[in-house]
Design a protein around this ligand. Structure first.
Ligand code: ADP
Length: 888
């Protein structure tokens, strides 16, 4: 708080342009001009004690021009013309900074001494200019006697205008002063109350009223108002306290009135305006503020850009009209309005869709296409042949409406990569749309825009991403779509794949037709059965059954290993995976139909090797090629952080030399310990089947899953009970019934099978049977486990082990007939993978064996069974001796 100060007779003067500092006010200023910086430096910064400076208002010459000659006029008849320009001893032509060379300075002759409360110094980058931020407190008024310069800044000889103690005491007796004080305090009190009410602050300001002398209070109050320069000057000139008080009372009162009026208006407006009107008003204000600040109106710019993008999208005329209508609607909306965003996103989609943008149709080179297919894929001769035929038809008749190719087979057999090879051969872009788990029609066709969060379907979204209208689009896992209450995705797909209908494909979100006829569709599926017949009808199925271990080995060596090494930044100079080790990985770590896990395991080996190679790099003798960089600039840095060291490869060393430097002496060769270390203990081994059938009651079946063929063990056991049959292993109804049939058949033939002594003997007397299908967590169903179930039950009751080298499949009837089953090819391949030597198949499946690769067939003994007895005869070591006694 400003208290009485002893002013020196001379003060450094800081000019304030069109501004006044009043006693009691605290302000923060930034000094940047050379003269003010110099002043602060010398008068404040370099002094130990808190320095004092004088703040003197100056008037712009422009102001003078507009307001005529008038300089501030004092209040209460004080001298009106007190501009320093008229005073003797003060040059009219003092210059401020060099920048204002030609400017005449109009000094005011009264100022306020100020004390620096806080100083901070800054250096601007990159100019290096010094600036100061100073917090100043106005202390008391002074009169300028004479102005002169000290270096680049001004000083003034001054006299204080503060009242002495005696004068103060005298005036306090004055009735008029007392009345004026009371009036001022009352008005001030009123203002404080209103402000505190509004800002909900505590009563701190009120304390001021009681503790600070009233003539100082007047200054403090007025200093906090936004009043004109003229009014500020006249307040500064009010040296007489009575004049000052009446002036301050008037200003405080005016401020009070303006707050009241503003409040009244707000209340009135608030009452009249609805919420949306208020928002509108605020938005208009915001717009005005933005304009004032010169901010660009981003939204509007964005819309212009959007319109331009839409114009370049090449939409058909009718759609362009529709888009324009939507754009007009958008332009009328406020960005915060509901619907604005969704409308915008919609238009963005319209603008992004490839209405006419297409990859150039290249002249198809069939020979090159074949070479490419061969280069990318091992084997698959028939498949590749079919693809070439497909491409040949397209070449002869580019707009031919041929069937859609559908690759069916277990995962990892190359369905996706074949499709992408087709795209490459045609020079088209490739996009994969995953349909796995799509149950909602809206996933294909989109949601109508009326829904919150609606989106286009996967096809339109895919086209937006691929940005051309003629890509090769892979509909992946088309067999995994299902229908439920949310509609039938298959029916939407029907429209997509129908060459007549897809010209005007209607996505619900898009709401305008899009032409899909230029898209080349290819589909993949794991199985054919789940694909709805009408959809299947539109596709040409090409089956990829899975690979034999020999094929896998070739694929690994020719395709997977080079690719995996490349992906990991390695080459055969760093890592070699011998054939034996690949075989080991195939046999002990993967038992899949495809090669996906094989690729993954090879990648794991490559990763491990990459770590080793990277570690070795540190040991490479680098030093001879390396120089320490020494530059004075860096030295400083190095000194600061001693650890930083720079290594620079000299100019003369070329890339080749560098890679030579990295080259390890001899490549790392994968061996069995490394395979075990990286991939863990073997997951499968050839002894598995033998170990599992070591006890009577276990038989080896062949099943067919989405992952291709699999070997399925069936375990049966007996325990004390009441003759119940327990079944476990997530079984479906059909397989449960098969188990019931098998048990009934065995019980009915118990004596012929020498399992019971007489016809009357009940096999289940006093015992329960439990049949389990491991693995317990995988759901299983289907009738083909019939013969396997019978075999395991006969093995259980006869206490004879089944042959470990034999696997079987076949549905059985209650009378013991063996009926044909599906997926024979995959099942035979699975048996081969598991190292099984003999496979028992239903006789009527003989025709399916033509699809099995000859190499596999030659390594297996295929046994065809007509009746269950044939199966049993082959399933046990030494045949089935009881058969001769059978009356069947
Ligand atoms: P899918 O789509 O049938 O599940 P992918 O096409 O994704 O299988 O194939 C998995 C990996 O196996 C890919 O890296 C693919 O290149 C490779 N691959 C599959 N079959 C072959 C093959 N016959 N020749 C070369 N690589 C193959």
């Amino acid at each position: 708080m400003a208290e009485s100060v002893d002013l020196p007779s001379r003060l450094a003067i800081l000019p304030f342009r069109n501004k006044v500092l009043l006693p009691g006010a605290i302000i923060r200023i930034r000094c940047t001009s050379p003269s003010s910086v110099k002043l602060v430096e010398q008068e404040l910064w370099q002094r130990e004690e808190k320095g004092l400076i004088g703040i003197l208002p100056v008037r712009d010459s422009a102001e003078i021009a507009t307001s005529g000659t008038a300089v501030s006029s004092g209040v209460g008849g004080e001298s009106a013309e007190r501009g320093l320009k008229n005073q003797a001893g003060i040059s009219e032509n003092h210059k401020l900074d060099s920048k204002n060379q030609q400017e005449v300075i109009h000094w005011h002759d009264r100022g306020v001494a100020a004390r620096a409360l806080h100083l901070s110094r800054g250096v601007e980058k990159p100019s290096g200019r010094v600036t100061y931020i100073v917090v100043l407190e106005g202390l008391c008024r002074f009169n300028v006697q004479e102005l002169s310069t000290r270096g680049t800044y001004y000083t003034a000889r001054i006299t204080s205008l503060d009242m002495t103690k005696g004068e103060m005491e005298l005036i306090e007796q004055d009735q008029e002063f007392v009345a004026l004080s009371r009036q001022f305090k009352a008005t001030a009190m009123e203002l404080i109350s209103i402000l505190e009410q509004k800002q909900k602050t505590g009563g701190r300001t009120k304390v001021l009223l009681e503790t600070v002398p009233v003539h100082k209070l007047a200054d403090i109050f007025v200093a906090s108002f936004e009043i004109s320069f003229e009014e500020q000057l006249s307040m500064l000139d009010s040296v007489d306290v009575k004049v000052r008080l009446s002036k301050a009372t008037e200003l405080v009162d005016r401020h009070l009135q303006s707050i009241r009026v503003a409040e009244k208006i707000t209340q009135k407006v608030e009452g009249q305006l609805s919420k949306s009107q208020k928002e509108f008003l605020l938005r208009q204000q915001m717009k005005a503020i933005k304009e004032e600040l010169g901010d660009n109106d981003d939204e509007e710019d964005d819309l212009v850009a959007l319109e331009r993008k839409m114009q370049g999208a090449g939409m058909p005329a009718s759609i362009w009209k529709h888009a324009l209508r939507e754009l007009r609607r958008l332009k009328k909306m406020q960005p915060q309005q509901p619907g604005y965003n969704s409308s915008r996103v919609y238009l963005e989609l319209l603008a992004d869709l490839p209405w006419e943008k297409a990859s150039p149709e290249l002249e198809l080179d069939l020979k090159a296409a074949k070479e490419r297919l061969d280069a990318d894929h091992y084997g698959l001769l028939k498949v590749k042949q079919r693809i070439i035929e497909y491409l040949a038809v397209r070449k002869l008749k580019p707009d031919a409406r041929g069937p859609v190719l559908c690759f069916v087979g277990p995962p990892g057999v190359g369905k996706t990569s074949l499709a992408s090879s087709i795209a490459a051969a045609l020079g088209r872009k490739f996009i994969r749309i995953s349909l796995g788990g799509v149950k909602d029609e809206a996933d294909i066709r989109g949601h109508r825009r009326t829904y919150i969060g609606s989106m286009p379907g996967r096809l339109i979204d895919g086209l937006k991403r691929v940005a051309v209208c003629n890509p090769v689009m892979l509909l992946d896992e088309i067999d995994k779509t299902g229908s439920d209450v949310r509609g039938d995705p298959a029916s939407a797909l029907l429209e997509v794949l129908d060459t007549e209908q897809n010209k005007t494909f209607n996505d619900h979100y898009l709401n305008v037709p899009f032409d899909l006829s230029k898209v080349i569709f290819v589909a993949t599926a794991n199985r054919m059965q789940p694909i709805p017949p009408p959809l299947l009808d539109r596709m040409e199925v090409i089956e990829l059954p899975g690979y034999t271990p020999e094929e896998k080995l070739k694929i690994a060596i020719r395709h997977l290993i080079p690719r995996v090494l490349d992906q990991h930044g390695l080459s055969s100079d760093f890592l070699q995976i011998p054939e034996d080790m690949v075989k080991l990985v195939i046999q002990r770590y993967t038992r899949e139909a495809g090669v996906r896990n094989l690729e993954r395991n090879l990648a794991a080996l490559a990763r491990a090797a990459a770590v080793k190679v990277a570690e070795q790099e540190h040991l490479v003798p680098f030093s001879k090629d390396v120089q320490r960089l020494s530059s004075p600039l860096l030295d400083g840095k190095l000194a600061e952080s001693a650890e930083v060291e720079m290594e620079v490869i000299p100019m003369g060393v070329n890339n080749h030399d560098i890679s030579d430097a990295f080259k390890v002496a001899s490549p790392m060769v994968v061996d069995e310990p490394m395979v075990e270390k990286v991939l863990g203990p073997p997951r499968y081994d050839d002894r598995e089947t033998a170990e599992r059938v070591a006890n009577p009651g276990v038989s080896v079946g062949l099943v067919w899953t989405a992952f291709g063929g699999e070997v399925q063990f069936v375990e049966a056991t007996a325990m004390v009970g009441k003759g119940d049959l327990h079944l476990t292993g997530q079984l479906g109804d059909v397989i449960k019934e098969s188990a019931q049939i098998a048990l009934t058949w065995v019980r009915a033939r118990a004596t012929e099978l020498k399992l019971a002594i007489s016809e009357e003997t009940n096999l289940l007397e006093g015992r329960d049977i439990h049949i389990h299908f491991p693995a317990g967590a995988v759901p299983k169903d289907g009738p083909s486990a019939g013969v396997t179930l019978v075999t395991s039950l006969v093995s259980l009751f006869s206490k004879r082990r089944v042959r470990a080298d034999t696997a079987m499949t076949g549905e059985m009837t209650l009378r013991g007939m063996v009926l044909p089953v599906g997926g024979v090819k995959d099942k035979v391949l699975a048996a081969h993978r598991y190292g099984i030597k003999r496979v028992i198949l239903p006789e009527r499946n003989l025709k399916d064996l033509v699809e099995v690769p000859a190499t596999v067939l030659s390594s297996l003994e295929i046994i065809l069974a007509k009746r269950v007895e044939d199966v049993l005869d082959q399933a046990f070591e030494g045949g089935c001796p009881w058969r001769q006694h059978s009356k069947l």
